[in-house]
Design a protein around this ligand. Structure first.
Ligand code: SDX
Length: 428
């Protein structure tokens, strides 16, 4: 149950000879924000905040993060508890509907996801147009937006919304699996609806028409965990993109397609691919971690330690610790050793004891160890960000629905301060 924020406190703003009072909004976890919605009308002023470092774009009841304490909760449930006890389908339901499902609700949700795993046969031909080297995020974004051509119906009733949400959650696995098959020149593997959400994805990725394929239950469990950990993260870049695009009242598929593109960036979800590439670089150049860290600290280089740092977490990203432990468990189960894991652990050790990272409060984030797990599962590096998107989809959907159902929501249209040429006439 969401609660109305309080506005008991006031902020006073004085500019020149004008002083105004602005309400201070206090949320259920005592976060406070100055409500400036009347600022321009009362003063003619706007605020300027590049990167929205200090700007709250909305009120939301979906996810809470305390960056100083390393706390992450979905609908009030600690990420550590969901990681231990839940699965991705249940967590998706929680994020989208706001409560954990009853057994009947869970079964109905699960069945709907199973029923809608196929994509229209005509959509398979879209893959013929992509080069085999096409980045799977480009394919995912294009195919998700294209789903709107097959499901153009309105999204008014709760039933229509639920059906469309289930179609999207289920079909993205198939789209991702097909893009992998395309890249390796193997035939597409249709979904097997007798399998669970994650097992079905692994089946479409690694199954072959020529032999039977049984997903490893431990790999399925590890994939469930990774998708839960990626499922939402309040107003991150891609989620804010989904909300921004959704505010113009375009369809859900178009909004998610835009979110996929935002997530693709190296500073956001694309970081998990770059972490692996960075570990590979260190490995292939002799494994000198100290030398790499020195290059990162050298301000003349634009080298960053990918998978480190976070806009919100000024302490450990709780997801990174969970993934690090799960990484060891998975590699032990699979009986594999990975030099990249050793390098990653040494990198973490060196960085966490280096003043450059300590004073900037840079810690491993969700992307630092996740790629090593995907690699152990046999998922190619260029699909790591697709895995992030599969996980983040229920979060994007939950925020899109929250934005759409918010009677206060208006089209997102930030202002600016113009710094260009003043009036001048066209030369006659
Ligand atoms: C995700 O927002 C979310 O919630 C995102 C996410 C989610 O679940 O949706 O958590 C997922 O995107 C995780 C982040 C993945 N990205 C990376 O791992 C890329 C590497 N990290 C960074 O580029 C950076 O830390 C960001 C993008 C994550 C945060 O950037 P900020 O908040 O804009 O910080 P900044 O760039 O202003 O850096 C502050 C200082 C700078 O040094 P000074 O100018 O003060 O000397 O810290 C330095 C930066 O140079 N710095 C780094 C660094 N990250 C910040 N230096 C080296 N390596 C890094 N990784």
């Amino acid at each position: 149950m969401t609660q109305t924020p309080t506005t008991a406190q006031k902020a006073t703003l004085t500019v020149g000879d004008q002083t105004i009072e602005l309400p201070v909004i206090t949320g259920t976890e005592n976060e406070r924000g100055v409500d400036i919605s009347s600022l321009r009308k009362e003063t003619g002023l706007v605020t300027v905040d590049p990167g929205y470092v200090n700007t709250g774009s909305t009120l939301s009841s979906i996810t809470f993060i305390d960056g100083e304490k390393g706390i992450l909760r979905y609908r009030g449930y600690p990420i550590e508890q969901l990681a231990e006890h839940s699965n991705f389908v249940e967590t998706s339901y929680l994020l989208i509907h706001g409560e954990l499902p009853t057994s009947e609700q869970y079964e109905r949700f699960r069945q709907r996801l199973r029923m809608h795993s196929m994509i229209h046969e005509d959509m398979k031909h879209f893959y013929d147009g992509f080069p085999s080297s096409a980045h799977p995020m480009a394919i995912l974004s294009a195919m998700v937006c294209s789903l709107s051509t097959y499901y153009p119906e309105a999204m008014e009733s709760e039933e229509e919304v639920d059906l469309l949400v289930c179609r999207l959650l289920s079909k993205v696995r198939t789209i991702a699996g097909y893009s992998y098959k395309k890249s390796v020149g193997q035939p597409f593997v249709y979904p097997n609806n007798s399998l669970s959400y994650c097992a079905n994805f692994l089946y479409m990725m690694f199954g072959l028409p020529t032999e039977s394929y049984e997903p490893d239950p431990e790999v399925e469990k590890a994939l469930n965990l990774l998708l839960i950990l990626h499922a939402d993260h309040e107003q991150n870049c891609s989620t804010s993109t989904v909300r921004m695009v959704g505010s113009s009242q375009t369809n859900l598929f178009a909004c998610i397609s835009a979110g996929i593109c935002a997530l693709w960036g190296a500073l956001h979800g694309g970081a998990n691919q770059r972490v692996l590439e960075q570990l590979q670089y260190i490995d292939e150049s002799g494994g000198d971690v100290e030398k790499f860290v020195a290059a990162v600290k050298d301000k003349t280089s634009d080298q960053r330690l990918m998978g480190f740092g976070h806009r919100v977490y000024r302490n450990h990203d709780p997801r990174a610790k969970i993934i690090k432990d799960a990484c060891h468990r998975l590699l032990n189960h699979l009986g594999v050793t990975d030099s990249y894991l050793d390098i990653a652990m040494r990198l973490e050790e060196v960085a966490l004891n280096d003043e450059y990272f300590v004073e900037r409060k840079l810690y491993p984030n969700v992307d630092f160890y996740s790629g090593i797990m995907y690699r152990a599962m046999g998922i190619p590096t260029n699909m790591f960000t697709v895995m992030f998107a599969l996980g983040r989809l229920p979060g994007w959907i939950a925020h899109w629905l929250e934005m759409r159902d918010d009677s206060q929501n208006r089209i997102h249209r930030p202002r600016q301060i113009y710094t260009g040429e003043q009036l001048r006439n066209y030369p006659t």
